[in-house]
Ligand binder design. Structure first.
Ligand code: SF4
Ligand code: F3S
Length: 371
């Protein structure tokens, strides 16, 4: 990797920045390998990704925070994964982020105005946009979120909706939606948008999206909800470490029972993994230490549109959740495994159970009193 002695413009060369922060070439290449895997690219793309990222100019980013809980900013700032936390921040030149920037008042407004003069700037939006009563329910510097988004989004090269609120309206838009909250794509239907839903989004997916943008000059391929396929192309249920137990008809029936302590399937406890598309089983959270199901809690479907209206209550099994595509109900699976010895499903279940035994759940189970 050739390092520029000095950055030539206000866009700082990423390789230069990383070297200044003491990130070694080995660490950088490991990061690129992790990103290549996250993007579901063949391993021989690592060199291409490394060359593109090292030579790229940091894209200017305007981060808008509207009607939200700040969880995505927390996720962004807590970026540890994939092991080189600095890289995540060094990929982006965040020129405006009212929650974390030092500037305030008019200075902050001026920083935003200057940032959107930069060619090719990116916008990250966190939170939904209230539209009722002219958007008075979220204002910054005397202007509504709606007004600001329309101005800032107009000239953006791309907009990343970080988290379920900006991607789909999220909890603020749940019935009865008192503020008339909508998503970014509702406000700017013709903009180049990629949605990274999740409550919050996983910073690994934000990083991988930016790496894809730097490497290929375009946003990644998306599904019908504008979610990148590399992160939202598969159901949680299909990659879940407890899937073998689902197939074997082994379900947790009560929090803290022996099935729970052995890492059995959480479907009967309300897990929405069969109806949720997200890469949580692979990307995990908190520096890839664990994820909701790995920690012993069911998925609540936080990355799906309208999850708060369609996936709740969190702890009740909802076999009629719209789009629920599980091949058989938990009760059917249990009956088949118990009664149809030698049947194809039972054989599959047995094989899955053997697999599960050979590869026990690797995460520490939720600590239960008295165990
Ligand atoms: Fe995993 Fe939930 Fe599917 Fe069970 S129902 S296998 S816990 S995703
Ligand atoms: Fe959300 Fe389910 Fe992942 S609750 S964080 S989509 S495991």
């Amino acid at each position: 990797m050739k390092l520029d002695p000095e950055p030539k413009t206000r866009y700082h060369d990423i390789a230069h920045q990383l070297a200044q922060r003491g990130v070694s070439r080995r660490e950088f290449l490991r990061f690129c390998a992790v990103m290549t895997a996250a993007l579901a690219l063949p391993q021989h793309y690592v060199g291409k990704v490394a060359a593109a990222v090292a030579g790229a100019k940091k894209p200017v980013v305007v981060w808008l925070e509207f009607q939200d809980c700040c969880g995505n900013t927390e996720s962004f700032l807590r970026a540890n994964s994939p092991g080189v936390g600095e890289i995540v921040l060094d990929l982006l030149s965040v020129e405006y982020h009212e929650t974390i920037m030092a500037a305030a008042g008019h200075q902050a407004e001026e920083a935003r105005a200057a940032a959107i003069e930069e060619p090719g700037y990116l916008v990250v939006v966190e939170g939904s946009i209230p539209t009722k009563d002219n958007g008075v329910y979220c204002t910054i510097g005397g202007r509504s979120a709606l007004d600001i988004l329309q101005e800032v989004g107009k000239g953006a090269a791309a907009i990343i909706s970080a988290g379920t609120c900006s991607a789909f309206g999220g909890i603020p838009a749940a019935a009865p939606n008192p503020t008339g909250a909508v998503s970014v794509q509702d406000v700017l239907p013709n903009a180049a948008i990629v949605n990274l839903p999740g409550c919050p989004m996983n910073v690994v997916n934000l990083t991988a999206t930016v790496v894809h943008y730097l490497t290929f000059g375009q946003l990644p391929a998306v599904d019908q909800f504008k979610r990148p396929l590399f992160a939202y192309g598969a159901r949680i249920h299909d990659n879940c470490e407890r899937r073998g137990h689902f197939d074997a008809g082994q379900f947790v029936e009560e929090w803290g029972d022996s099935g729970h302590r052995q890492g059995w399937c959480l479907y009967k406890m309300g897990c929405k993994g069969p109806a949720t598309f997200h890469n949580c089983p692979q990307a995990e959270w908190n520096d890839a230490t664990s994820w909701p199901i790995g920690a012993g809690h069911g998925c609540v479907g936080c990355s799906e549109p309208n999850f708060w209206d369609t996936m709740m209550p969190a702890y009740r099994r909802l076999p009629n959740v719209p789009g629920f595509g599980v091949e058989a109900t938990a009760d059917q699976v249990g009956l088949i495994v118990a009664g149809a010895v030698g049947g194809a499903f039972a054989l599959h279940g047995l094989a899955a159970a053997i697999r599960a035994k050979a590869n026990p759940v690797k995460k520490t189970e939720m600590k239960v009193e008295g165990n």
